[in-house]
Design a protein around this ligand. Structure first.
Ligand SMILES: [Cu+2]
Length: 70
């Protein structure tokens, strides 16, 4: 298992958190997702390698922007 934290902008409520979490959980490699709303930090636990680009796309699909690794 690998945990990587990312900074995501635009989230401002629990609904945003749920949207981002659901999109990331669609990725087959993703085991779990934890979102710190106050810090805009999204921690993704994955099995094996997870491409930053795939995470960025999932976050964009939810309507938010991945700035980079936190
Ligand atoms: Cu929201």
């Amino acid at each position: 298992m690998t945990a990587i934290a990312y900074t995501v902008t635009g989230m401002n409520c629990e609904h945003c958190v749920r949207s981002v979490t659901e999109e990331l959980e669609r990725l087959p490699e993703v085991a779990s997702v934890a979102v710190d709303l106050a810090d805009g930090r999204v921690t993704v636990v994955s099995e094996g390698a997870l491409a930053d680009g795939a995470v960025r796309e999932a976050v964009a699909e939810a309507g938010f922007e991945l700035v980079g690794r936190a």
